[in-house]
Design a protein around this ligand. Structure first.
Ligand code: GRF
Length: 215
């Protein structure tokens, strides 16, 4: 199974994928990592681990559609089966979503549909939410709103700030993302409309539902 990872920043989720593959916990190959930012730290991780990577910058294109066309072309050329958006801070539209319908997933640092978009952890704190977490979902046209594969929650304490909450959530992000990839690769994820069922998974557990198995 060849996966692509789309990144924009430091790439700790990417690193979790690399580590899981290298330690043979995840049976996949990273075909390519694509960043929309030249300076993304995630690209340094690719160099360290000898992973093919490339920058596709929106500013090099006349509009979003042509940017997305270039993105899709690169992914198709690499024979990618699953695209993982791991801290990719750009909204992808119709061109991408149609080309990779139910073959692209995203990790979002909140329990969707709450706090969609950027700065989800800050929004949760400012709202006064007492619980937040992360969601791994399929990519759809509505930002952070696609069918949910797995969600994990963390408590928000009075002493929490954006950084401390982000840190707590990030640990679960890594585990949920790896688990979702693994389930998809094992062909256990079925989607009916908005509803996702992971075959054989144990539902009804907290803080992660369905229960993580390998990560
Ligand atoms: C994560 O919190 C992810 O959920 C969000 O951006 C952050 C990326 O972190 N969309 P990293 O680049 O994987 O370290």
């Amino acid at each position: 199974m060849r996966i692509a990872v789309l990144v924009s920043g430091r790439g700790t989720n990417l690193q979790a994928i690399i580590d899981a593959i290298e330690s043979k916990k995840l049976n996949a190959e990273i075909g390519i990592v694509i960043s929309d930012k030249e300076k993304a730290l995630a690209l340094e991780r690719c160099k360290r681990h000898n992973i093919k990577h490339k920058v596709i910058k929106p500013s090099d294109f006349v509009n979003r559609e042509s940017f997305e066309e270039a993105l899709v072309e690169s992914l198709v050329l690499e024979g990618i089966n699953l695209v993982v958006l791991a801290g990719f801070m750009r909204v992808l539209g119709e061109k991408f979503v149609e080309a990779f319908n139910l073959r692209a997933i995203n990790i979002h640092p909140a329990i969707t549909p709450a706090f969609a978009g950027i700065k989800a952890q800050k929004k949760a704190i400012e709202f006064g939410a007492l619980i937040s977490g992360c969601s791994v979902h399929f990519v759809s046209k509505e930002v952070d709103m696609g069918p949910v594969i797995v969600q994990a929650c963390v408590p928000i304490e009075p002493s929490d700030c954006e950084e401390s909450l982000s840190e707590k959530i990030l640990k679960l992000e890594h585990r949920c993302l790896l688990q979702a990839i693994s389930w998809i690769l094992a062909n256990r994820v079925k989607v009916v409309g908005r509803k996702v069922l992971v075959e054989g998974a144990k539902y009804g557990t907290l803080p992660v539902n369905p229960a993580l198995e390998e990560f």
